[in-house]
Design a protein around this ligand. Structure first.
Ligand code: NAD
Length: 347
């Protein structure tokens, strides 16, 4: 039997709880995993004096695949985002975030099935920032857009559409105002789209895109965009599909892939065995698809759907009244994961 060696990065905040939940469910598929577990974020600083030890990068370069929990990033000052650094250092240029409504729970919309594909190495997250004057009364962040990186992300989106049997790719930008950076992304999008006559292509300005998504999300399929816009839109599409508790993601490069939920470390819930493990579990499902283990991935998806539909063992965010008429008492993270794992084993 093949053993899959995976770099496991539990992260901090609720990260260790949700990654433990995902490991339980992934192991229930019967696939043989060997976990190379390493610390990142706040816990790594205490021991290694850095939130991103070199050993983490080495492990990912060796194993080529990883599953990650969220990591806290201090606001305004302090260390640089570990997430942004991982994507840049390992050239994980495609941030892929599917938003699928699960059994209609937690959402006003029934049939959300969108994928946001976000360029993850440049744009306004380039990390190139400086003060404009000595008094620190003005600052600049440089929005770097290159032809090479725009081409590879747009091509990735169209190839993804073909591979997954999708029909349409929408390119999102703000080329009317940011004429050079937005204009370059728009030009590249149009040129690449010509090579995929089998896939419908269209463009939207970012502001209009937000309004359209809220009004008629069913008209969209794959959305490809630059770094900041993609970060914001993918939270919006997570909300459409049922919230951060169920939104998975992957950071994909040509050689290495690292899967993680869209949500952050939710520090106020850390250590309470309370938050929804589904976003991390479905990040594991995306990892299985990436490994070519589609049957096992399908089992996880179906088990998650059943558990959410039954609504007997769900965490607080899905137990609430509001969009559903059946409020239930909330289960713990570990209980929901165990229930999903039980169903996976039976499938
Ligand atoms: P957050 O995603 O941690 O929390 C936002 C809200 O969503 C909270 O109200 C929380 O209650 C809810 N939530 C999040 N995950 C949930 C889950 N699994 N189940 C149920 N509810 C859930 O966002 P934030 O508060 O803006 O950020 C907290 C920290 O996480 C910050 O330091 C931020 O930089 C970091 N962050 C990390 C990542 C990452 O590691 N990939 C992503 C986003 C934010």
């Amino acid at each position: 039997m093949t053993t899959y060696r995976i770099t496991l990065l539990p992260g901090d905040g609720v990260g260790p709880e949700v990654t433990a939940a995902a490991v339980t469910v992934l192991e229930a598929t019967g696939i043989d995993f060997e976990w190379d577990t390493l610390e990142i974020g706040e816990s790594a600083i205490e021991k290694h004096d850095t939130p991103l030890p070199e050993a983490v990068l080495e492990s990912l370069r060796k194993n080529k695949i990883g599953l990650k929990g969220p990591v806290t990033t201090p606001i305004g000052s302090g260390f640089r985002s570990v997430n942004v650094a991982l994507r840049q250092k390992l050239d994980l240029y495609a941030c892929v975030r599917p938003a699928r409504s699960i059994a209609g729970e937690g959402t006003r919309y029934e049939n959300i099935d969108l994928v946001v594909i976000r360029e993850a190495t440049e744009g306004l997250y380039s990390g190139v920032e400086h003060w404009v004057d000595r008094n620190h009364d003005a600052a600049e962040t440089i929005n770097i857009i290159t032809r090479k990186n725009s081409e590879r992300i747009v091509r990735y989106a169209f190839e993804y559409a073909r591979r997954e049997g999708r029909k349409k790719v929408t390119g999102v930008h703000k080329a009317n105002i940011m004429k050079l950076t937005g204009g370059l992304f728009q030009e590249v999008f149009r040129n690449v789209a010509k090579n995929y006559p089998d896939i419908v292509s269209e463009e939207r300005l970012i502001d209009n895109m937000c309004m359209q998504l809220v009004k008629k999300p069913e008209e969209y399929d794959i959305i490809v965009t630059t770094n900041l816009f993609g970060d914001i839109i993918s939270d919006l599409t997570s909300g459409l599909a049922g919230g951060l508790g169920i939104a998975p993601g992957g950071n994909i490069g040509d050689e290495i892939a690292l899967f993680e939920p869209v949500h952050g470390s939710a520090p106020k819930y850390a250590g309470q065995d309370k938050v929804n493990p589904v976003a991390e579990i479905l990040s594991g499902e995306l990892m299985l698809k990436h490994l070519g283990k589609r049957e096992a991935a399908e089992k996880i998806w179906n088990a998650v759907r059943e558990v959410i539909k039954e609504k007997k063992v769900v965490t607080y965010d899905l137990a609430l009244p509001g969009y559903t008429l059946r409020p239930v008492s909330p289960s713990k993270t570990s209980e929901m994961a165990a229930e999903i794992a039980r169903k996976v084993e039976k499938m």
